[in-house]
Each structure stands twice: as C-alpha cells, then as structure tokens.
Design a protein around this ligand. Structure first.
Ligand code: 4AD
Ligand code: MG
Length: 434
C-alpha cells in the first residue's frame, strides 16, 4: 500500500493509502472514533467505524492515547468540513508505541503556562501552532537563500570562533580555546564578509550569531540566525535597495507557500500584503523629531529603544528605513557621511506592527587612516584587526552590506508576541534547556 503525506492527500482522493504518524487527538463515541493523525506535514481527521473494523482493532483505536505512534490505512475522501479538506476512512492500523496512561503525554489540549511549555519545548514543537511557525521559518530561510542565489551572490560561510569583536566588546561570549588562548563566539560574519566580498564581489553568509547582552526583551535571543550580504563597490543606497528587494521577495514567498500556516496562526495576512516597495525612508534626525512629537523622551544622539522603534514604525504599513545615525551609537566600521561626519552611512529597517529592527547595515569605512583612528577610539586591539586593515591597503573600494535576523523576521511574518517561538530551541538569558 502506498504511503502518502497528509499535505499530499488531495492527490489521492478515492485511493486506499497509509499514513505514518502520531495521534494528535481523539474524539469518540461507542460506535465511532475520530483519531486526528499528524504526520509532520499536516493533521488529518480519520474515521474509524466499529462495524467496519475487527472488534479488537476498533477498541485499540478507540482507547489510544495522545501522541502514540501509529500507521493508519484507509481510503481518502474529500470532506469540505474537514480542516485540510480530506478525511480518511480507516481500514486498518498498526500501533508502534502506545503512550501508557500511567505516564501520559504532558502537553494536553488544555492551556499551559509559557514556562511549562518552554521546559517541554522538545514536545511542544509537535503542536499545531509551533509547527506552523517553524514551517514559516523554513520558508523564510529558503526565500532568503533563493533571493541571493539568483542575484549573483556567492555563499561564503564565516567562522563562529573569532578573535575579536565586531559589534562591540561588551556583548561577547568568551570561550576557552586551547592552551591559554581565548576566542569569542561570533556576533556577526561581517568583517570576514568584507574580505570575501573583495574576492567574490557579492557574497553572503548565513549562520548562527551570538549576543551576550543581558537583555530580557521579547526581541532578544542570545543565539540567533542572521543572513549577511556584503557587496564590493556599493554605497548606502545600494545596501538599502538590496534589503528592500530581499524583504519584498521573502514576504512574497511566505504568502505564496505558507497560507495555511498563516491561517493556523490567525495572522492578518492583509498586513503582509500591504507591504510595498519603495519603503518609506527617513533620516535619524527626522526620526528623532517624529519621536519627540509623539512624546518620546529621546534626545538627539541617543539610540532608539524598543518603544521608540514601535512609535516610528506604527506610522507606516511597510517597513521604514532610518539612516544616518550619530557615529557614537553605531559600531566602529561605519563610513561617515562626507557632508556631516558626525553621522554615519548606516541604515536600520524597522518592521511594521511593532516588530522592531529587522535589518541593520550600511556602508563601511574604506580609508585606512580613518579606520585606524576608529579602532583606537573604540579601544579595539589592532593586532586582531591586522588582516582587516589589509583590505584597506590592497584595492580598497567603497563597500557595504547588512544583516537581517531570521527570528525577528519570522516573528513579524507570524504575528508573534515573542521571538522565543521562532526557533526550535531558543537560547535566552534564563533559558538554555532543553
Ligand atoms: O544590527 P546588528 O547588530 O548588525 C550587525 O551585526 C551587522 N554586523 C550586520 C551587517 O551589516 N552585516 O544585527 C543585525 C540584525 C538586526 O537588525 C536584527 O534583525 C538581528 O540582526 N538581531 C537579533 N535578533 C535576535 N536577537 C538578537 N539579540 C539580535 N541582535 C540583532
Ligand atoms: Mg542594529
């Protein structure tokens, strides 16, 4: 008998097939049982009728426990009222492991607290909402890769053990390497990307990155995935354009391929459909003026807090680009604005609906003496940066790129309150297990 996946059931209407999965839930009466079977691609309501099955099998199914593993065989039938549009009339079954009543599956259909669910994350992933979120995540990652792969970028993965800070020294995780050597978990592949961009023109890296600030906000993970493109011969304007195109492309993919998951999440897709290029653009100065008008305590020179970002982004239905931040609030590598050296050619993109900064990037310093000065001002060890300085000695050109955090993007797509549900096993200030 052919084994099918639930998401493909529509192609097998009228056929007898088998589906291998787990019991998601069960409704029953004396003469009929409705096992809800999940197989990782979807959930199917199955119908087991007493009179149509051997007595023993019917009783086994009728008394099956949540999350028991089983293979169901039967005929697929179109059923408009069923969640996926199809049902299975059960003809046979094989139970692989029955979860005992004495030690039942801990996540029941009733409400559980978030700490309980996070402690059982290894099991929570099986539930409908979590499943939908991670399928959207997959689509986002695939969309990102497809975008760069079809726009002339070469994928070059950068190291995770690094000798120096990229985004600032206060937020590094230190690791004991061999002997007496210390290394850090990478905050960003950018510096290495700058080297590979000079070799390949347009590159991107895509991997886990680490931040050690003791932040407990709903947008912060200590380990998150970031995609970082970097382009030689590029200006701030090129960086903005690439980011805008990428975002529009990936939203398109999610809307195209993950409608069902967004529905499960009760996401208001009209908010995603409303996103249009060109995105609104404003300078840091304009953003500060807007914030003051809206009652924020921000002063020129300060960095935006989460609330400020929300205040700015709620003005727009598309992501908003804010550029030319004060040099003092940004990392050492940003190119100053030639017209106003106190601000830098960096851009942050703030997602609508209060999802905060999803992209940070800009144009890099390409002048050797300026870069040397900045390293000193930031108290960064020149030794660790010698190779990086070489890039300004041998064919230096204007260049730039950005980083986009996958989890913040997914939180936005899915309309999630907290970033912790956008990654299978989140790492946060007080959460390193399971
Ligand atoms: O703005 P960030 O720190 O920029 C960089 O790391 C640059 N070196 C990137 C580059 O230009 N190549 O981080 C970029 C993005 C943020 O906009 C956000 O989406 C995400 O990474 N991000 C986080 N996501 C989850 N948890 C955190 N703690 C994050 N920190 C940054
Ligand atoms: Mg940033």
């Amino acid at each position: 008998m052919q084994r099918i996946r639930i998401e493909d059931a529509g192609r097998h209407a009228g056929e007898s097939v088998e589906i291998a999965g787990w019991l998601y839930n069960l409704r029953r009466s004396g003469k009929i049982a409705f096992p809800l079977l999940r197989d990782g691609t979807g959930i199917m309501q199955c119908v087991a009728v007493k009179s149509a099955l051997p007595e023993e099998l019917f009783e086994t199914l009728r008394n099956l426990t949540q999350e028991s593993s089983l293979i169901l065989r039967g005929r697929i039938r179109a059923e408009q009222r069923a969640p996926g549009g199809y049902e299975m009339d059960v003809e046979g079954a094989e139970i692989l492991q029955r979860v005992p009543e004495s030690d039942p599956y801990p996540i029941t259909p009733k409400e559980h607290g978030i700490e309980f669910l996070m402690d059982h994350r290894h099991l929570w992933l099986r539930s409908r909402r979590q499943h939908a979120v991670l399928r959207v995540r997959h689509e986002v990652i695939k969309g990102i890769r497809d975008y760069f792969d079809s726009h002339g970028f070469t994928l070059i993965d950068t190291p995770i053990f690094t000798p120096a800070a990229c985004e600032g020294t206060t937020t590094l995780f230190e690791v004991n390497y061999f002997e007496d050597e210390k290394v850090f978990l990478t905050q960003s592949g950018q510096l290495y990307n700058e080297a590979t961009a000079m070799a390949f023109g347009k590159v991107y890296c895509f991997g886990p990155t680490f931040r050690a600030e003791k932040s407990k906000t709903r947008r912060h993970l200590t380990e998150f995935w970031m995609v970082e493109p970097e382009m030689a011969y590029a200006t701030l304007e090129d960086v903005k354009q690439a980011a805008e195109e990428l975002i529009v492309f990936v939203i398109g993919r999610v809307l195209e391929n993950r409608r069902r998951e967004l529905e499960t999440l009760e996401r208001d897709v009209s908010r995603l459909e409303a996103v249009r290029a060109p995105f609104p653009r404003m300078s840091y100065d304009e953003a500060v003026a807007l914030l003051k008008k809206k009652g924020s305590a921000i002063e020129w020179g300060g960095d935006f807090g989460g609330t400020d970002e929300t205040l700015i982004s709620e003005e727009f239905s598309s992501p908003v680009m804010v550029d030319r931040y004060p040099a003092a609030v940004k990392a050492f590598y940003f190119e100053p604005d030639p017209e106003r050296p106190e601000v830098v050619l960096g851009v942050d993109i703030l997602a609508p609906e209060g999802y905060g900064e999803i992209v940070g990037g800009g144009q890099r310093i390409h002048d050797l003496s300026l870069l040397l000065r900045r390293l000193e001002e930031h108290n960064l060890p020149r030794d660790a940066f010698n190779w990086y300085l070489d890039l300004r000695k041998f064919g230096s050109v204007p260049h730039g790129g950005f980083g986009m955090g996958v989890e913040r993007f997914v939180a936005w797509m899915c309309g999630l309150e907290h970033i912790r549900e956008t990654i299978a096993f989140p790492r946060m200030l007080y959460r390193t297990r399971p």
